[in-house]
Design a protein around this ligand. Sequence first.
Ligand SMILES: NC(=O)c1ccc[n+]([C@@H]2O[C@H](COP(=O)([O-])OP(=O)(O)OC[C@H]3O[C@@H](n4cnc5c(N)ncnc54)[C@H](O)[C@@H]3O)[C@@H](O)[C@H]2O)c1
Length: 483
Amino acid sequence: MADLLSSCHTGRPLHSITELYRPRNAWTLRLKSAADLTCKFPLKALISRRSRPPTRQRTVYATAAPVSREIDDQAASGSKQFPVESSSKSKKVMVIGGDGYCGWATALHLSSKGYEVAIVDNLVRRLFDHQLGLSSLTPISSIHDRIRRWKSLTGKSIDLFIGDVCDFEFLAEAFISYEPNSVVHFGEQRSAPYSMIDRSRAVFTQHNNVIGTLNVLFAIKEFAEECHLVKLGTMGEYGTPNIDIEEGYITITHNGRTDTLPYPKQASSFYHLSKVHDSNNIAFTCKAWGIRATDLNQGVVYGVRTDETEMHDELCNRFDYDGVFGTALNRFCVQAAVGHPLTVYGKGGQTRGYLDIRDTVQCVELAIANPAKPGEFRVFNQFTEQFSVNDLASLVTKAGAKLGLEVQALSVPNPRVEAEEHYYNAKHTKLMELGLQPHLLSDSLLDSLLNFAVRFRDRVDTAQIMPSVSWKKIGVKPRTVAA
Ligand SMILES: NC(=O)c1ccc[n+]([C@@H]2O[C@H](COP(=O)([O-])OP(=O)(O)OC[C@H]3O[C@@H](n4cnc5c(N)ncnc54)[C@H](O)[C@@H]3O)[C@@H](O)[C@H]2O)c1
């Protein structure tokens, strides 16, 4: 991974994305004694400490102890201490994908609320940017600098495990050494357009997401059977059915018999399909192994600031506006800020659930604080409001006018295969019942999003904005998507 990242900096061509996932230092498994086979955690016992690679090499994959200790030593004496809530004091949360957009904000939020937090991430999201020539609107610091800055500001440590959850031996070691009570799993390739670039990206997305989640399930079963899995799914799993969308399950009467069944899924990209496969695997392991899990079917997230990330520039979150990773509202705000027409795909009647990133972190905290029961596969629809693309374009146009920006919307050919006008009414009451206090998309919020985009508009690369990936033209040949 480190080699690959540096190869991007030095311009060495990447041979293939799978190069990243070949464990250079895979640990061997050795049976120490017959008793190992009958102990509570058989695989844990099978991992021979003697077979670990030398420390220097291992730190590439698991740097928790060195990073934490180093930061403890450097802790600033005048650091601000957050109140620790007694109910959560002993809770250890592993945030997989904690260097990403939702994961970073969540890791800081949980840390500020008194949870002990460890981030697990292989930094592949940063690699995608290098590969595609993209960058976040906001300058983002390295994960090490982010964690150091958090420690110096608050006195709170965040452990760090750098590695790939598709590498089970790495993940096993992270579970054994950290012993989490909850795992929040954000660590997936999360862009539908990325999964539709070419065959290799489609295969990568499904491998990365499905195998990573399977590994997390096996790690919980083997090493932390009480651990609550909070998994980020997406509202996109449901598609756009012509009936109301329920939260995970629907009660159906068919030929006189009634049952409550998983709500039908109609995913519309290889990425969304990977999430459906994840949901099925999680549901099965809850039944078969008694795992406790919450699937958060999240809507489209917007915004960049949370209480914690705005404490310092080095804590700033990423903000994607490009045609591959940018989500609709974030992209519209950047387009408005630089005088680029808002790119409405097709007719613009595509309606989805949306939420502020400040609500993402709240929802995850609520899910952790109110865990699923053993064997329960719980599904929450995680969004606060629904809008069509045309609704968003007109909200941004109005808010832009207030800031003196001339904003125009432009219909561009839809690169996706999706209904452009449809019924959409999705339930989202369960998180509200747990106490979610939504931040709604009022004009003032738009102003602050827009003001933010205006502040960084010199960093905008307008060549990144237009869609460059077509659902229909996806082919088997590896494609270089240059901005
Ligand atoms: N951003 C949204 O609008 C949105 C909407 C719905 C659902 N979600 C879901 O939320 C989760 C987080 O989304 P995000 O926007 O923060 O994405 P992101 O790409 O910003 O973050 C994902 C993080 O996971 C890491 N990662 C990916 N594969 C990994 C692996 N195999 N091992 C270790 N780390 C790995 C990446 O390096 C990255 O830091 C995703 O599962 C996504 O599907 C996001």
